[in-house]
Design a protein around this ligand. Structure first.
Ligand code: PGA
Length: 247
């Protein structure tokens, strides 16, 4: 499985970041998962730049700008220079702070132009009986896939993160049946942009209150390729147990 650990702003010391990296290395050696750590930006410089292990690194966001007079922005070439391989784009916590589909597309383009793999987050705020949320997901995907070339589309990893499920606990996450249905639906949407085997081989992650208690159930034949884990990835014991549960 591809397991992306989104540390958000939970990890605020070098010591803790270092401990989490050591345990991620152990997990990737013992359980054959592909582990990608997404620490706060300064820790990327510290950890990714000197990393020689199988563990990979993602930025939690990337600038949509081309650099220059842009105070506070971290651009794709900076990340690429620190051996960062992935970048989370369009996370709902960034969208809540102003990212629109237009900005998200710009960020995806910046990432791709510098060899970074975009982890594109999509997800509905709420569910309704009329299925408007399905249309919402369709529009989130088409806004990004439509303008890109096939070569670019093939590089994107989709992270399905229903907003209602984020930041709670396993009991409030999506259930196995619903997840299976959503993954099928997302692959169907992707087939409009990725011909042939493209949509079946596209990587789809699930994120939203994945914990040790629900990881195995969610992973079992739901069609997902991995998880985007938030709070449960910021404690070495919990994260190790979660990864072990899906081995
Ligand atoms: P959570 O976060 O696992 O804490 O719900 C997931 C995410 O927002 O990426």
């Amino acid at each position: 499985m591809l397991i992306v650990a989104n540390w958000k702003a939970f990890v605020e010391t070098k010591d803790k970041a270092g401990r989490l990296l050591v345990s991620a290395k152990r997990i990737s050696a013992q359980h054959h998962h592909d582990i990608v750590l997404a620490p706060p930006a300064p820790f990327l410089g510290l950890l990714a730049g000197t990393n020689r292990s199988k563990v990979a690194f993602a930025a939690q966001d990337v600038s949509a700008t081309l650099g220059g007079a842009e105070t506070g922005e971290v651009t794709a070439p900076v990340l690429a220079g620190f051996k960062v391989s992935h970048v989370i784009i369009g996370h709902s916590e960034r969208r809540a702070r102003g990212d629109t589909d237009v900005t998200v597309l710009e960020k995806v383009r910046r990432a791709l132009a510098h060899g970074l793999t975009p982890i594109l987050c999509i997800g509905e705020k709420t569910r309704d009986d009329d299925g408007a949320y399905l249309q919402f997901l369709r529009s989130q995907l088409s806004a990004i896939y439509e303008p890109l070339t096939l070569k670019e589309r093939l590089k994107i990893i989709v992270a399905y993160e229903p907003i209602w499920a984020i930041n709670h606990d396993a009991g409030e996450a999506i259930g196995h049946a619903d997840l299976t249905e959503m993954v099928l639906y997302i692959r169907k949407l992707l087939s409009e942009y990725l011909p042939g085997k493209g949509s079946t081989s596209a990587k789809i992650l699930y994120g939203g209150s994945v914990e040790t208690g629900n990881a195995r159930d969610l992973a079992a034949s739901s069609g997902i390729d991995g998880f985007l884990v938030g709070h449960a990835s910021t404690d070495t014991t919990t994260f190790t147990a979660l990864c072990k549960a899906v081995s």
